[in-house]
Design a protein around this ligand. Structure first.
Ligand code: NAI
Length: 329
């Protein structure tokens, strides 16, 4: 089985190369992202393996089908980057539904603690022998209210971590299921009452810009917003407004709506064209990481293992339990 592997990073090779070899899968690794211009690189392959910022439009799907590709193996959980309606009946699309909810939930907490205890500032100061504590006052998490939007695999782990800190936990989920120590409330109540809001729901038409101009006025003054889910959940311009007006006290962003051409790449020698992102990054109370919440050795191992198992299952049976069906939309 031959698979064209797009958007390859060095850490992908470490895990995919040996596991592929053992399973009789030959990966052809390409650094470029999958798009209309690069789809032809998959000629002669049975399938393609893509990641979060490979945008799989209807045109890409048609181009892949034309050259005989039969399976798209996403090595991630989210699939908002794939035109699933167009793929139906043409291309089997599989994913890795869970690889380490701990990696993402722990990163969300790492961002929160870094932000509110000013660790990022302290790290820079003490390297310059600046031991002043001015402007370093934080606040306790104990007793504060955290609002979790989406209590699936990652949201639940984040709730457990917050319980350990002695926080009061509010949650909103489209399909709530009872969780000890967690109070489900309507979304607007969560937005009004939370000192900290952490987003863990998928990006859909319904959840797009869940934090935006409409919701900004009802947020508790000084709220800390954490987004480790998908950039489109937040309208970045509205977020910037909220930061400038002091309505939002801090933002911790692992994802950004327009991250596609920027994140995962070294742009340090370039002039950033995205003024909103540049302004956000310039704020003392905004921390940005470049979609790295998943990036632990444990998660990478699990991603490679499940992706290879998905491909083997498709090769041997023509089906796969991790196939994305239209009913998942
Ligand atoms: P999951 O599918 O286990 O849980 C998602 C939860 O969101 C479900 O309980 C679902 O009922 C709920 N939900 C769906 N639509 C909703 C809406 N409109 N409002 C509120 N809740 C809604 O997914 P999991 O594994 O917990 O992942 C959550 C998200 O994290 C993924 O969608 C993905 O976008 C993101 N992610 C980010 C990573 C990173 O590296 N930053 C890595 C992995 C996932």
């Amino acid at each position: 089985m031959k698979i064209a592997f797009f958007d390859t990073k060095p850490y992908d090779l470490t895990y995919f190369e040996p596991m592929g070899k053992e399973a009789g899968i030959q990966f052809k690794f390409y650094e470029t992202k999958l798009n209309e211009n690069t789809a032809s690189l998959a000629r002669g392959c049975d399938g393609v393996c893509a990641f979060v910022n490979d945008v799989v439009t209807a045109a890409v799907i048609d181009a892949l089908c034309d050259i005989g590709v039969r399976i798209l193996a996403l090595r991630c959980a989210g699939f908002n980057n794939v035109d699933m309606r167009h793929a139906e009946g043409k291309l089997t699309v599989v994913r890795v539904p869970a690889y380490s909810p701990y990696a993402v939930a722990e990163h969300a907490m790492a961002l929160l603690l870094t932000s509110i205890r000013r660790i990022h500032k302290a790290y820079i100061r003490t390297r310059d022998y600046n031991f002043s504590l001015n402007n370093m006052v934080g606040f306790d998490l104990h007793g504060k209210t955290v609002g979790i939007v989406g209590t699936g695999k990652i949201g639940r782990v984040f709730a457990d971590i917050c319980k350990g800190f002695g926080m009061k936990i509010l949650a909103y989920d489209k399909y709530p299921s009872p969780l000890e120590g967690v109070s489900y409330v309507p979304l607007d109540q969560l937005l009004r009452e939370s000192d900290i809001i952490s987003l863990h729901c998928p990006l859909t038409e319904e959840s797009r810009h869940l934090i935006g101009y409409d919701t900004l006025p009802i947020l508790k003054k000084g709220v800390v917003i954490i987004n480790t889910s998908r950039g489109g959940l937040i309208n970045a311009e509205a977020l910037l407004e909220g930061i400038k007006s002091r309505q939002i006290g801090a933002a911790c962003l692992d994802v950004y709506e327009e991250e596609g051409d920027l994140f995962y790449e070294d742009n340090s020698g370039h002039i950033l064209e995205d003024d909103v992102l540049a302004r956000l990054i310039s704020m003392p109370n905004v921390i940005v990481t470049s979609h790295q919440a998943f990036l632990t050795s444990d998660a990478l191992y699990n991603i490679a293992e499940t992706t290879v198992a998905n491909l083997v299952s498709f090769r041997e049976t023509g089906t796969c339990e991790n196939e994305i069906l239209l009913s998942h939309l």
